[in-house]
Design a binder for this molecule. Sequence first.
Ligand SMILES: [Zn+2]
Length: 448
Amino acid sequence: MLYNEDRPLSLDELRGHEINKQIFRSQLKNQKFGHAYLFAGHHGSGKTTVARIFGRAAVCEHPTENGPCMECEACKRFGSSIDFVEIDAASNTGVDAIRDKVIEAVKYKPAELKKKIILIDEVHMLSTSAFNALLKTVEEPPENVIIFLCTTELNKVPKTIVSRCQKFIFEGIPQNEIEDGVFDSAKKHGIDIEPDAVRLIAKIADGSMRDALSLLEQASSSGTVTESMVAEMTGYGSAIAVESILDGYVNADYDLMFQGVEEFLRTSSVNTLIEALMEKLIDRIVTHDGVDYIPLVNGLSEIKGKNVSQAAIKVVLYKVGCEESKIAALEKRVSELEEALKNGVVISSDSAEVVTEDVPSKVANEGVNDVSGAESEAKGTNTPDKDERSEDELLEALNAAGFSDVTVAEENPFEEPVEVPVVKEEKVVEKKKEPETKFPGFSSPWDW
Ligand SMILES: [Zn+2]
């Protein structure tokens, strides 16, 4: 495995964790070790790697602040020595494993190395009785024993254990560091890889060097590693396609939706796409992003499990997209009107031929902040008098355009900016909260 082959053997080779490394270097330099360490955090970020560097450095004959020398007898024997005990708690959860492998081991003095090094990975997986058995050893470890506990789930480790260890948090490795790691590893092993593929691997690995190197290894088995190969192998292209479909829905962008459908269906079935969309929809609905996804949920529910064609799913998306686009168009008009009023210029709209010629100068005259002096001067007027007739006309016009309850601030226009008319989006809100349910039986997203 590439990850094991390229596992750092010194702190210099370890990527990320700069602050932790400073503390580790200080302890290594002074050869002052704690008796128990707890390394918690992101998976594949180097917790067991550091435990091994530390453990080996603690028994090395010529350690440096970066770790063991890797030359001396102790360094060479370390991995297979009886004084180095490594347990994967994920597969050894019970008290017996702790009793047999840890408690028994620490009873005796080190046989081959200066110290006994105990490393328990995924320690949160231990049973309660196993933790209880371990507690005494962590509390009062015999001399010449160093215990390293690693976990991705700190909250599952009993506080009694945590409080007796030096605790270090391992965050995900930054993407650029992972890119460097992937690049170096590819170079070292003669793997041909495109820069875009390196970037995508690092992105998908999401802080885990182990995941990144596993991906590199998997992708390299069939020649040059390309971005599209990585995308296909990991299903990343499909994930992006699903996002495109939903983004297209939100923005009433049919091209984007249909591109997403085509991209997804290159490698998967329509049923898989519907499942993937629904899964992602749940994510979006629970984040309350303000978009009405109910028409989409209803539309997908209608064809779910029916093994429909690509065309059928496009039709459904088109249909629900139309519903949503009406709302989007309305929202666009509202924001255009707001912007226009703010700027003192009302733009006429195709669907609402309601704007009178004198409105722009009228709004400008009321001292809207954004109107530049030059513009006011050009218009030749800047009178504070309120022209009630024009304001009424404006309100009337907006109401005629389909907006109700439009109000304009009463404050002195020279002291305060004119308040942007509040266009209550009651229709829109109602639409979002109580959408027309076209498909009885699927009125709620939880029904499917
Ligand atoms: Zn050494």
